[in-house]
Design a binder for this molecule. Structure first.
Ligand SMILES: [Zn+2]
Length: 427
């Protein structure tokens, strides 16, 4: 979708369409096509409208790049999904629908594989961002299917997960047939004299909420829009530093694994009441630095309160939503949260017997770190574990990570600091 006007960055590019803006000397659209081509995606349809000839003249039929490009020129604005109906006959299988206004470097085969495994009609690429409070957020059920789509204008719960739609989709074309629209009429005038358009989010995707047919694919890979001059400058800087490419999950990742209680939030013993969850001073700034450093920020926490029957999974989710919301207010985010719900000692009132077990995930065991390493292709030897307890250091060492202790004791940690803030300056 390369038809956007991009008026907010007209100070950088008023005479070229947004996808032709240069990043380190090459149009962003060319970088996107190269990323896709190198992963085996060879057939493109580019929808163009605003200053279309800049794009069509530059890319031609795609042969210079080793791909096949067709264009769909919108002389009348059809909405961002109108073209799909006009192109319906050409869409005979799952296809990627991508917003050409953003810069991305993503393992698309992994994304498509997830879509196929879930078997839905649509899969949305979702990620945490540094401004969830003014972004739309998605709420999913345990299976990953989207229950609620909150736009930035909607009233949202007090605490919510930082999960934002990045504008990359895998779509099964039959979803278009479920929409009651006469494709011939798109682009013509309705009885009030307005052009009939189709909006992707409002008319096609949002109605799939709660049907079990639309899933989120959570990924920490690099996808950022360049909607303002500041964001454009930030993207160029990240590109220059190699961060955009490095975050593609085909490449080995590095992470900072972060303990929760006593490291991120004030230690209150077993945290059972969401009102007791309070971020420690300096944590937001520290996690922001991790976010900018190219390391993933991943919380790993033992939560035996679940096995003890003192906190339900739903309540723990709310506590974690609170953590994400509070961090998000000041622009920090977590790439993932892992928790161990187990506890080894049986025989207490109110406990959940099936969670009373010796597991592989309860720190000092390294199970959560190993699972994260598998999920995100992490090189543990280039990663860190930071926490305030001996179990954190032991888990980190068992996983092969470097370790940092917040405190005074000697557990053979690599680094001793007073806070996570002090630690991130060492990255
Ligand atoms: Zn466990």
């Amino acid at each position: 979708m390369a038809g956007g006007k991009g008026t907010r960055i007209s100070s950088i590019a008023s005479d070229i369409p947004k996808p032709m803006i240069n990043i380190e000397g090459k149009p962003v659209l060319e970088r996107e096509i190269e990323c896709l081509r190198d992963q085996g995606f060879k057939d493109y349809i580019i929808t163009v409208s605003h200053l279309a000839e800049h794009i069509t003249n530059y890319f031609g039929d795609g042969s210079d790049l080793g791909v096949k490009i067709e264009y769909f020129v919108e002389n009348t604005p059809l909405g961002n999904a109108g073209a799909l109906f006009k192109l319906r006959e050409k869409l005979d299988d799952d296809f990627l629908l991508l917003n050409a206004d953003s810069i991305f470097d993503v393992d698309f085969n992994r994304f498509v594989e997830y879509h196929r495994k879930k078997g839905g009609l649509v899969t949305l690429f979702t990620h945490p961002n540094s401004h969830p409070y003014d972004s739309g957020v998605l709420i999913v059920d345990e299976s990953g299917s989207v229950e609620t789509w909150l736009t930035k204008e909607d009233i949202r719960p007090q605490w919510y997960r930082n999960r934002v739609n990045a504008g990359l989709h895998v779509i099964n074309p039959t979803v278009l047939d479920k929409i009651c629209i006469d494709s011939q009429k798109i682009g013509t005038l309705d009885c009030d004299g307005k052009i009939i358009k189709v909006d992707l989010d409002r008319q096609i995707l949002k109605p799939l909420c709660g049907t079990g047919k639309m899933f989120c694919y959570d990924s920490p890979e690099y996808v950022k829009d360049m909607g303002t001059p500041e964001r454009y400058e930030a993207v160029c800087a990240d590109y220059h530093k190699g961060i955009v490419r490095a975050k593609n999950l085909k490449n080995k990742q590095k992470a900072v694994f972060i303990d929760r209680d006593g490291t991120v939030n004030k230690y209150v013993g077993f945290l059972r009441n969401i009102d007791d969850f309070e971020l420690l001073p300096g944590v937001t700034e520290a996690i922001k630095k991790i976010n900018k450093s190219g390391y993933l920020a991943i919380v790993v926490t033992n939560q035996p309160v679940i096995a003890r029957g003192e906190v339900t999974y739903k309540e723990l989710q709310e506590i974690h939503d609170k953590m994400e919301t509070l961090l998000g207010i000041d622009g920090a985010y977590l790439d993932a949260i892992y928790f161990c719900p187990h506890h080894p000692h049986k025989g207490y009132e109110g406990e959940i017997p099936e969670l009373k077990m010796e597991c592989d995930c309860r720190k000092p065991k390294p199970g959560m770190l190993l699972k994260a390493a598998n999920d995100f292709n992490i090189d543990l030897t280039h990663s860190w574990m930071i926490g305030d307890g001996e179990i954190d250091i032991k888990a980190g060492k068992a996983a092969g990570c470097k370790t940092a202790l917040i405190g005074e004791s000697d557990y053979m940690q690599d680094v001793t600091v007073h806070s996570i803030e002090e630690f991130v300056n060492l990255l």
